[in-house]
Design a protein around this ligand. Structure first.
Ligand SMILES: CC(C)(COP(=O)(O)OP(=O)(O)OC[C@H]1O[C@@H](n2cnc3c(N)ncnc32)[C@H](O)[C@@H]1OP(=O)(O)O)[C@@H](O)C(=O)NCCC(=O)NCCS
Length: 390
């Protein structure tokens, strides 16, 4: 078996593998073929001349500490049923790591259906993608905004301003995607049923809501972006106006500000979560790319780590994380005082797990005081989320 880059002409074989893995019609629509979309690179595993597995890496960037960090979003991992259980998917992941590194994708995220496969190659759960289903009546119980929000349906001219509003919010939440990379097509936002924009007195976009109204009596929301509380309350109040016709609103939990601090919730409610995993692909470059807001407040210090990472050997071994003048750098060397498994790097980098958690999971060893310095850097533990699944 060999693993090679995707090439023109692979589309049909890949569609067959993907359909067997994930379902779908026998004949693909044009937009279901890989070549239809920009912003990705792919790998194909071949046994003889026969493609038996595939994997795609989307060109994304993910906010951490306020900076958009180049991220490879692994998706569409599929292996022909007869070829499963013989390490094909593992070989594809192994091949993807150096390719991502070469392409400057210094971290990698994925939505796992089989976490053990990815854990074995250094990815670990780090963030959430959550939804909640609520009755529209519940939104009517919320505090009303001081004045009734005027909304309009977005058109193509509004797209750049919508993106800017999204970015202004997303850059403040660790894990959110920067939607200005090649893998995103802004105009696709207009394909959904509801795109309502709230503008401020100066005409600038203060927030927006996107949603689909499928057959039946459930509204499905996507983005609910609001740059201030009044706009959030106004958009939520408009959701209450579905009362009487809709039984349920499936709300994608985008912003912890309105979800935690403005929503009125039933005592018991079910949140569904699709957790995603993160892996550090190139530690020194990932440290350089991330924002480190806490570093500006910290006196200079260094923490020595030793990374065990047999699948990304370029980052295995000893590193010194140096904090000085508000900057953090990762230099070779040091004493290796804190020992980290490859799987510890993703949750550490994201700030989703602190050193005590990593230690209890068997992913970190060494002096607790040194290890705690790693928490100070990221502000761990804190929730990390993404609003795009792939
Ligand atoms: C999941 C899938 C890609 C695995 O492909 P594969 O080539 O059989 O995987 P590997 O042989 O490399 O598996 C390596 C390890 O991953 C884990 N693993 C693989 N498939 C698994 C599954 N379905 N459930 C739990 N663990 C699994 C096992 O630990 C396995 O090691 P083992 O065989 O020694 O127990 C393949 O079964 C498939 O195409 N499934 C349908 C599509 C899918 O779920 N894709 C993943 C999307 S995130």
């Amino acid at each position: 078996m060999i693993v090679r880059p995707y090439r023109d002409g692979d589309d049909e074989d890949i569609y067959r593998l993907a359909r067997l893995a994930f379902g779908g019609a026998r004949e693909p629509r044009p937009d279901e073929l890989w070549s239809h979309w920009p912003g990705w690179h792919g790998l194909v595993a071949e046994d003889g001349d026969q493609p038996v597995g595939c994997l795609k890496v989307r060109e994304y960037a993910q906010f951490f500490g306020g900076n958009a960090v180049p991220m490879g979003g692994v998706a569409g991992v599929a292996v022909d049923p007869h070829a499963r259980g013989h390490g094909v998917a593992t070989a594809l992941l192994d091949a993807a790591l150096p390719v991502m590194r070469e392409r400057g994708q210094v971290i990698s995220a994925l939505y796992p259906s089989v976490p053990p496969l990815y854990r074995a190659r250094g990815w670990e759960q780090a963030g959430n993608y959550e939804r909640v289903t609520l009755a529209p009546e519940l939104f009517a119980l919320l505090e009303k905004p001081a004045s009734r929000l005027r909304l309009k349906r977005a058109g193509a001219d509004d797209l750049p301003a919508l993106r800017d509003a999204y970015l202004e919010f997303a850059s403040t939440v660790d894990g959110m995607l920067d939607r200005s990379t090649a893998a995103f097509q802004l105009d696709r936002l207009l394909e959904v049923d509801v795109v309502e924009i709230a503008s401020g007195p100066d005409g600038s976009v203060r927030g927006y809501l996107t949603a689909d109204r499928p057959e039946g009596d459930k509204l499905i929301t996507y983005d609910l972006v609001a740059l201030d509380g009044e706009t959030a309350l106004g958009l939520l109040a408009n959701l209450a106006r579905w009362t009487g016709i809709m039984r349920e609103i499936s709300l994608r939990i985008v912003d912890p500000a309105w979800w935690q601090l403005l929503m009125t919730l039933p005592v018991l409610h079910d949140v569904t979560n699709h957790p995603w995993m993160l892996r550090v692909v190139d530690l020194p470059a990932a440290v350089a790319a991330r924002g480190w807001p806490a570093a500006a407040q910290l006196a200079p210090f260094a923490v020595d780590v030793e990374v065990a990472d047999e699948h990304a050997p370029w980052q295995a071994g000893r590193h010194r994380l140096v904090v000085d003048g508000g900057k953090v750098t990762c230099e070779p060397g040091g004493t290796g005082a804190v020992r980290l498994a490859a799987r510890a790097l993703g949750p550490w980098y994201a700030g989703s797990a602190d050193s005590a958690m990593l230690r209890r999971a068997g992913l970190l060893e060494g002096d607790p005081a040194d290890a705690h310095l790693l928490d100070l850097l990221t502000g761990a533990p804190h929730p990390v989320r993404m609003a795009d699944s792939f």
